[in-house]
Write a protein that binds this ligand. Structure first.
Ligand SMILES: NC(=O)c1ccc[n+]([C@@H]2O[C@H](COP(=O)([O-])OP(=O)(O)OC[C@H]3O[C@@H](n4cnc5c(N)ncnc54)[C@H](OP(=O)(O)O)[C@@H]3O)[C@@H](O)[C@H]2O)c1
Length: 318
């Protein structure tokens, strides 16, 4: 089995004092490790989460561990556009800079459901909530350049448990076809890739770099909508490890590389992958960057159309 890709150690020696980052879903899994590492290197990190009490508990643990930077907990529910707008307003009122936005929060293979605004749960949370958040923070990102936007996608944007990743513009919210949780996840994760690709085009020359990443198959709480996390972490763990599951620190390497490596600004719009599962097996070892084996991830017209449709859905003018 291949070894996980690891950041060169010099990236973790960078002094991030004076830098500000926002990490969505910062209370758990890959997001929490990202918050901790950035704060360890001296940054001010906004831990954005839908359960602020949980965020405060994690912040207290990081402070107790002696991180050099500062952590600020802010409430953000990506499944509610009013919450996204309130978060952005408060952030912009309180901060003058943003050097990195990590669109990390996500849900996977959830039962059929809708967000507060009536979007299919996975597209609404994983893409549309982050889309609006990014639009509202683009000004401060540009004003803070060089800056980065990192979208947490997945190798499942290619194929998720047999379902090929595609954006079904005629039925984005599964109103005309039977709901399938994996198909909806694949659609939302392809949207994350296309969103970064489109941002890169729009942000050319601004000093803001946008990329998407696959973190690997990582032992986190992501499975909670369809299996007990305790079973993953105990009974099943030896088998899952043999199958390629990696630990949260390993699964955070792609995010940290995308945020911190000076090489990444030459690859805006591209996709960075830890170990993965792709229809083209030669991609399984990952790559920073990696050409996605999904042809739909390379279609400029789809990326533009997704932006236009997303703007309308989140209530921004076309
Ligand atoms: N783990 C993997 O194997 C894997 C593989 C490929 C891609 N990814 C991607 O990696 C990202 C991070 O996931 P993870 O593995 O670290 O899972 P995780 O531990 O479950 O973390 C997901 C985070 O997203 C938050 N979240 C979910 N819905 C939200 C909402 N409506 N508003 C705000 N926050 C919300 C969760 O909050 P709560 O704690 O309140 O639920 C949690 O903080 C996701 O985008 C996922 O798709 C993970």
């Amino acid at each position: 089995m291949s070894k996980p890709l690891l950041c060169p150690p010099e990236l973790f020696a960078l002094d991030l004092a004076g830098k500000t980052y926002v990490v969505t879903g910062g209370n758990s899994g890959i997001g929490l490790i990202t918050v901790g590492q950035l704060a360890k290197q001296g940054a001010h990190v906004v831990l954005a989460c839908r359960r602020p009490a949980e965020g405060e508990r994690e912040k207290a643990a990081l402070v107790a561990a002696g991180v050099r930077g500062t952590v600020e907990v802010m409430e953000l529910d990506l499944a509610n556009l009013a919450s996204v707008r309130a978060f952005a307003s408060k952030f912009l009122a309180d901060h003058t800079h943003l050097h990195g936005l990590v669109n990390n929060a996500g849900v996977m293979n959830t039962p059929a459901g809708k967000t507060k605004d009536g979007f299919e749960t996975q597209l609404g949370t994983n893409h549309l909530g982050h889309f609006l958040l990014t639009e509202l923070l683009l000004g401060v990102l540009k004003a803070s350049a060089p800056a980065r936007i990192v979208n947490l996608s997945s190798c499942f944007h290619d194929v998720a448990q047999g379902r090929k990743g595609a954006i079904q513009f005629d039925d984005l919210h599964f109103e005309q076809r039977k709901y399938d949780g994996w198909e909806a996840y694949a659609q939302s994760k392809l949207a994350n890739v296309l969103h970064a690709k489109d941002l890169a085009t729009r942000l050319e020359g601004t000093g803001v770099t946008a990329v998407s990443v696959h973190p690997g198959w990582v032992r986190t709480n992501l499975v909670k909508s369809f299996m007990p996390v305790w079973a993953q972490n105990t009974l099943l763990l030896p088998f899952l490890r043999m199958g390629g599951m990696i630990e949260p620190w390993e699964g955070t390497q792609s995010t940290l590389f995308a945020l911190l490596s000076p090489t990444v600004s030459a690859h805006s719009g591209e996709y960075f992958s830890q170990l993965g599962m792709y229809r083209d097996k030669s991609a399984n070892k990952g790559g920073w960057p990696l050409r996605s084996p999904n042809p739909n991830a390379h279609d400029d017209a789809t990326a533009t159309r997704l932006r236009e449709v997303s703007r309308k859905l989140v209530g921004l003018e076309a």
